[in-house]
Design a binder for this molecule. Structure first.
Ligand code: FMN
Length: 196
C-alpha cells in the first residue's frame, strides 16, 4: 500500500451471523489489497438504517447515513458481495445505496458521491447459480448511480461447502477469480490516475 493507493469501501449485503457473503467479501478485499488498494471493510449491521422514508429524512437524517456518506466520499470505489433474494439484490443493499444517494449534510449531491467511481461485485448462495441474477441487478443499480462496474464478476454457488469461514474460499479457481475482481478495480483506478 502506498500513500496514493486507491481506497475502496467494502461490505456485504447481509446482516446475519454466518453469512456466506460476509465471508466472501473478505476474499474480495484480500484480492484488492494484494493488487495495491487500501480497503475499508465495514459491516452494515454497524450502520443499522431504517427503511428509507421521506418523513424520517425530513425530521432529521440518521447519523448512520451521514457516516456512510462520509465513507463513500472518502473512497475511490466499492467492493460488494451480495446475496440473492428472489432473483434480485436484497432490500438491505438497495436501501443502503438509496440513503447514501440523498443530499449530504452540506446540501451537496449524494449521487455525486458515487459518480465515476469504480466497483467490483461478487455473490454467494447455497444454490448452484451462486446468486448470479443478483449480480445483474446490482450491476445495473450501481451503473445508474454513475459507478463503473468492472466486467469481471464471480457468483459462488454451493457456498456452504465453499465458504467455511471468513476469507476462506475453498475453490482455488474461484478464489483466483474473486481476487481478479479486486485487481481489476485497482487496475481501472490506477489507469484512471487516481491519487487519493
Ligand atoms: C427472501 C429470500 C429469498 C431468497 N431467494 C434466493 C434466490 O433467488 N436465489 C438463491 O440462490 N438463493 C436465494 N435465497 C437463499 C440465500 O441465497 C441464502 O439465504 C443465503 O445464505 C443468503 O446470503 P448470506 O448467507 O450472505 O446471508 C433466498 C433467501 C431469502 C431469505
Amino acid at each position: 500500500m502506498t500513500a496514493n493507493a486507491p481506497r475502496l469501501l467494502a461490505f456485504a449485503g447481509s446482516l446475519r451471523q454466518g453469512s456466506f457473503n460476509r465471508r466472501l467479501i473478505h476474499v474480495l478485499a484480500e484480492g484488492a489489497r494484494s493488487a495495491g488498494a487500501e480497503v475499508t471493510l465495514i459491516e452494515l449491521r454497524d450502520y443499522a438504517l431504517p427503511i428509507y422514508d421521506g418523513d424520517i429524512e425530513a425530521a432529521g437524517v440518521p447519523e448512520q447515513v451521514r457516516q456512510l456518506q462520509q465513507l463513500m466520499g472518502g473512497h475511490d470505489g466499492l467492493l460488494i458481495s451480495t446475496p440473492e433474494y428472489n432473483g434480485s439484490m436484497p432490500a438491505l443493499l438497495k436501501n443502503t445505496l438509496d440513503w447514501i444517494s440523498r443530499p449530504t449534510a452540506d446540501g451537496g449531491s449524494g449521487v455525486a458521491l458515487f459518480q465515476d467511481k469504480v466497483a467490483g461485485i461478487v455473490s454467494a448462495s447455497p444454490g448452484p447459480l451462486g446468486g448470479l441474477r443478483s449480480l445483474l441487478v446490482l450491476r445495473d443499480a450501481l451503473a445508474k448511480l454513475g459507478l463503473i462496474v468492472v466486467p469481471q464478476q464471480v457468483a459462488v454457488g454451493q457456498a456452504a461447502d465453499k465458504l467455511p469461514d471468513y476469507g476462506v474460499l475453498a475453490d482455488d479457481r474461484q478464489k483466483h477469480q474473486v481476487h481478479g475482481v479486486g485487481a481489476a478495480v485497482v487496475r481501472h483506478l490506477t489507469r484512471a490516475g487516481v491519487t487519493s
